[in-house]
Design a protein around this ligand. Sequence first.
Ligand SMILES: [Fe+2]
Ligand SMILES: [Fe+2]
Length: 319
Amino acid sequence: MSSRSIYRTLRPVLSSSVLSSGLGTGHGIKGHVISHLPTIRFLSSDTSSSTTGNRQPENPVRTADGKVISTYWGIPPTKITKPDGSAWKWNCFQPWDSYKPDVSIDVTKHHKPSNFTDKFAYWTVQSLKIPVQLFFQRKHMCHAMLLETVAAVPGMVGGMLLHLKSLRRFEHSGGWIKALLEEAENERMHLMTFIELSQPKWYERAIVFAVQGVFFNAYFLSYVISPKLAHRITGYLEEEAVNSYTEFLNDIDAGKFENSPAPAIAIDYWRLPKDATLRDVVFVIRADEAHHRDINHYASDIQFQGRELKEAPAPIGYH
Ligand SMILES: [Fe+2]
Ligand SMILES: [Fe+2]
């Protein structure tokens, strides 16, 4: 069993032990130690009662700089330590969300457009590519950062619409909601990694603001009208993401772009070695993009066969 699946298996066990005891300390996997501070929160929800006024948690939730945020609700802060004993510093993801990417994936794979919908999707992406290339040229860091702000939208839109469909029709999604939301979260982690290396300028923020407004609505509409077209467009966008990260890697290898140390968030998220570099980060991100390419072309193929997504196994945890 992989460490990722062990984490997933143990997480609910850990949570339920905390629920039943109100006091949890667990030894995680691969040396991670996960502990919850003592709390009465799970024993009683009557925190507003005067009789429970002196039953506040002993250890209030604090910000990183030590300021108390809340003692009222009694939600226990989770303390996780890494195998070397240092603190796990990320609230945005936990050790069980991290993974070792499958970098053996074929990064040259391409879906040949064979019908009108495919061709429409392909040429839409190709025409969007021209202004993007003219604007960024070889400014890889800006390109990657702004690309990720767009790339994290389709998974969230698709996941949200499938979620609503599941509620509306009283039926399962077959795991596709989770798979698409995982993709969106993975893309957002790419962005969180790049902002450790470079900060957007004011006009880049303005571009992202405008592009998000247009792209979210356009993609939402296309997913409502034709999910198979929307997934095909995302499949081709991911193919272009793979290509642009290949150019990024080539320029690092040619010495045209400094191969700086990898940010700490990337080392923890992709379980990279401590001395990992930017090249290692771009390499695993490219592998992620290739996986997104497969998921979206696969989703489109299922629907081209006249089937619904829920009829085929959802690629949950496909990295
Ligand atoms: Fe990405
Ligand atoms: Fe992607």
